[in-house]
Design a protein around this ligand. Structure first.
Ligand code: IMP
Length: 215
């Protein structure tokens, strides 16, 4: 059996983690969820946001960390909500986006994801993934999270992401693409980082202690 290498993924979003974990596991990398608030900077660039989060977490924790930033970019809204997707989803949710899109016939959109890896005292490395699609006329499906009920991928069968299983979404999604690249790179180019004692097994690197060090 192929040996699984481990790395922490800093996210409190279970849906995100489930998708990323499935992709990483298939590549032979074991992602562990570190459920803590994201370390964020104000930026309109997903790579800058993901890099900063990974670098700052690696510095505070003293171990390699993965962070991700993602967003929905709607063409007729000039790329809105883009890097502000998280705040916009909290304030407007899918209903608000559909309201902004009322009467709009060109509904093209894309999701983008940037997964960043950073080891302590090193520069972060970013991997990107995108998926093109369009915004539906009404929400459909109960799976997934966030904007999944209103996003219909062009290369799919007409269902929204929320109507798909994780496995189906991962065949098409922005996140599957970025984490596939990240996993491959980590397991080949950066294999040494994964061999160092990540100390997942030591007392000071249990999730509770890690979360304390992030504060
Ligand atoms: P962040 O990467 O945690 O800042 O997430 C940005 C926001 O974009 C999330 O809170 C979701 O609302 C939305 N989002 C990102 N990726 C997805 C996805 O795969 N499906 C649905 N919504 C997503």
């Amino acid at each position: 059996m192929r040996e699984h290498r481990r790395v922490w993924f800093l996210t409190s979003n279970k849906g995100k983690f489930r998708e990323a974990q499935a992709v990483a596991t298939a590549s032979g990398l074991q992602l562990q969820m570190l459920a803590a608030p994201k370390i964020e900077i104000q930026s309109d660039n997903l790579s800058e946001i993901a890099s900063y989060g990974a670098q700052e977490a690696a510095k505070r924790l003293g171990i390699p960390v993965v962070a991700e930033d993602a967003g929905l970019f709607i063409r007729s809204l000039n790329g809105f909500p883009g890097p502000y997707s998280s705040d916009v989803f909290k304030r407007l949710s899918n209903k608000g986006i559909l309201k902004l899109m009322e009467g709009v016939s060109k509904r093209n959109a894309k999701f983008s994801s940037v997964a960043a890896f950073c080891a302590p005292s090193r520069k972060p490395r970013c991997f990107t993934g995108s998926v093109f699609g369009y915004i539906g006329l009404r929400p459909r499906g109960v799976g997934g999270f966030g904007f999944d009920p209103i996003f219909i991928p062009t290369k799919g069968d007409g269902r929204t992401f929320a109507q798909m299983t994780v496995r189906e979404k991962n065949r098409l999604s922005h996140r599957a693409a970025s984490f596939k690249k990240l996993s491959k790179w980590l397991l080949t180019v950066q294999a040494n980082w994964l061999k160092t004692p990540l100390a997942n097994d030591t007392a000071q690197n249990q999730p509770g202690c890690l979360r304390e060090r992030l504060k």
